[in-house]
Write a protein that binds this ligand. Structure first.
Ligand code: GDP
Ligand code: IMO
Ligand code: MG
Length: 423
């Protein structure tokens, strides 16, 4: 079997958690491959809303295995809190949650370094979620990091102390004030907790399962425009959020990747700093934010809003090799009588149709096409035959432009508010 991949095509928060939950019945294993608690994946069913940060979004479906892969960075405090909060749902975490020995650990001092670095950047700050993501991946690639497998070794405390001493020197450089003791006590409680969980060699496990015909869905976090290589650098996260990240973050070879589900909102949002060509810093943007409840699932920050951006989407579809598209939050556009689609940019005096190198320092002006809105509530629609004709036209237009079928359309946050199209 091949592993399918599901990931975000914009700047995160596209609705990945919801669609993973919807698709989980078709799979045996759901595996997160990168990122960490900077992610906030929302699932809604039975009138309850859940937000997951480190745990894969297949956890609510019985008899499905959920793996936190080697590419993920784990904060033991947050993982413990997440699991504690889910205890009331009778999930068997020992059976259904598996953690890679090779996943890196976020230390309390990584979080402090994240905050210190952001403070030092002043108005150029990334707008990090301050979960310690950047410093942890820096220690991983700098070959200093601590991994989950290390917590079972006798010299773990010694290695922890050594890394913390290094971090404390860096914090002096930043002239950053902090109090570490209480954070450390919670952190070591979290480490003890992880010792009691099911820790495995996940690359062997996943490959054996694929060999034996099991179906695997790799769940991405963040979005492709936040990717460390292809995102709007330096306003990005520190991991590989694109399809290739599923290979390195799970140990699945490129020739074992099957379908790639690319998720996008019918419009566009971004949280944190950095370029956003189609951003609407006006009452239309505010209306998208209000109607779409666009406030971050992890930090509660208001999300910046704008119209859909086709050059950016074509770029991320290309980088990811997307085979199926999922369009989210279509219901929010019901509140607009006319819908704008950014088709080109004006860039350095020229009209271009691709995502250029420098979108940070050079102004990128969006060029729009107008499409008629449908002015009809979609939240109760459950089959394609009931789509208003303007909505079907919007879908056809996007499919023609993006050259990939839109196989899933989402019309509300609930599991049931999902239409699978046979295209
Ligand atoms: P993720 O990080 O990609 O999993 O996305 P988030 O959970 O951060 O943000 C998506 C938000 O949109 C959540 O609050 C979801 O409940 C909500 N959502 C997902 N799909 C839809 C939809 O089709 N319509 C509406 N109105 N809300 C949706
Ligand atoms: P999900 O998985 C939206 C953004 C932050 C910041 C930048 C770097 O829920 O889609 P970091 O904490 O990684 O150093 O922050 O990336 N960011 C996200 N934006 N959704 C996310 O995850 C994000 N994770 C990080 O706001 O701009
Ligand atoms: Mg999110």
């Amino acid at each position: 079997m091949k592993a399918d991949v599901l990931l975000g095509l914009q700047w995160g928060d596209e609705g990945k958690g919801k669609i993973v939950d919807v698709l989980t019945p078709e799979y045996d294993i759901i595996a997160r491959f990168q990122g960490g608690p900077n992610a906030g994946h929302t699932l809604e069913f039975n009138n309850i809303k859940h937000v997951l940060h480190t745990i894969p979004s297949g956890i609510f479906r019985e008899d499905k295995l959920n793996i936190i892969g080697n590419g993920v960075v784990i904060d033991p405090i947050i993982l413990k809190k997440e699991i504690d909060a889910l205890q009331k749902y009778n999930i068997d975490f020992n059976k259904n949650l598996l953690i890679s020995k090779k996943a890196h650990l976020i230390l309390p001092t990584h979080r402090l370094l994240d905050a210190a670095s952001e403070q030092a950047k002043g108005k150029n700050k990334i707008g990090s979620t301050l979960k310690g993501i950047g410093p942890t991946y820096m220690d991983k690639t700098g070959r200093n990091g601590l991994r989950v497998g290390d917590i079972f070794e006798d010299n773990f405390q010694e290695r922890y102390d050594k890394l913390v001493a290094k971090h404390e020197n860096l914090l002096k450089y930043y002239n950053f004030e902090y109090e570490l003791t209480s954070m450390e006590s919670d952190w070591f409680k979290g480490i003890d907790f992880i010792r009691g969980l099911h820790v495995i060699d996940s690359e062997h496990f996943i490959n054996n399962k694929l060999k034996n015909g099991h179906r695997v869905l790799a769940e991405g976090a963040q979005g492709s425009l936040l990717d460390i290589d292809f995102g709007t650098y330096p306003f990005v996260t520190s991991s590989t959020t694109v399809t290739a990240g599923a290979c390195t973050g799970l140990g699945v070879s490129p020739n074992k990747i099957g379908d790639v589900y690319g998720i996008f909102k019918a419009y566009c949002t971004r949280v944190g700093s950095g370029p956003f060509p189609s951003e609407l810093d006006n009452e239309v943007g505010q209306k998208l934010r209000d109607m779409g409840h666009e406030y971050g699932a992890t930090t509660g920050r208001p999300r910046r809003c704008g119209w859909i951006d086709l050059p950016a989407l074509k770029y991320t579809i290309m980088i990811n090799g997307v085979t199926k598209l999922c369009m989210m939050k279509s219901d929010i556009l019901s509140h607009f009588s006319s819908i704008s689609v950014c088709t080109h940019y004006k860039y350095k005096g020229e009209v271009i149709d691709y995502f250029p190198y420098d979108v940070v320092d050079v102004e990128v002006e969006p060029i729009y096409t107008e499409l008629p809105g449908w002015n009809t509530d979609l939240t109760e629609v459950r089959k394609e035959a009931d789509f208003p004709k303007e909505f079907s036209a919007y879908i056809s237009y996007l499919e023609k432009e993006l050259e990939v079928p839109i196989t899933i359309v989402s019309v509300g946050p609930d599991r049931n508010q999902t239409i699978i199209r046979s295209v």
